[in-house]
Design a protein around this ligand. Structure first.
Ligand SMILES: [Zn+2]
Length: 113
């Protein structure tokens, strides 16, 4: 059985939840991405260089196609930028500062944008 044939059979099983609206095909609320556009969608999803889990959450909320998880893992695994910078993000232990002997000798603030 060819890939396309397999996909067609797969989507036929989901037909009760498939809807067409303004030329787009949806599975429930998720857009079914045609094969030819899947790589572009993966690129767009990964433009922010978020980690796999965050991208997977966004992808599984908005889009639907077969093998999203494995394709996404492979795609991120092949990303040169991620492999270059993830290696440099090794977690280091927190370093505690010394406790001052005088009250308000040391003041710290957290800045949140
Ligand atoms: Zn990346």
């Amino acid at each position: 059985m060819g890939n396309e044939e397999y996909e067609i059979k797969y989507y036929i099983n989901l037909k009760n939840d498939i809807e067409v609206s303004e030329g787009f095909i949806y599975y429930k609320t998720r857009l079914i991405v045609p094969n030819i556009l899947r790589k572009d969608v993966l690129k767009l999803l990964h433009e922010t260089y978020l980690g796999f889990n965050k991208i997977y959450n966004i992808a599984s909320e908005l889009f639907y196609w077969l093998a999203t998880t494995s394709k996404l893992k492979i795609f991120i695994g092949q990303c040169k930028t991620c492999s270059k910078y993830l290696k440099t993000q090794i977690k280091k232990p927190l370093i505690n500062h010394s406790i001052p002997e005088i009250l308000f000798n040391k003041v710290g603030i957290d800045i949140v944008e």
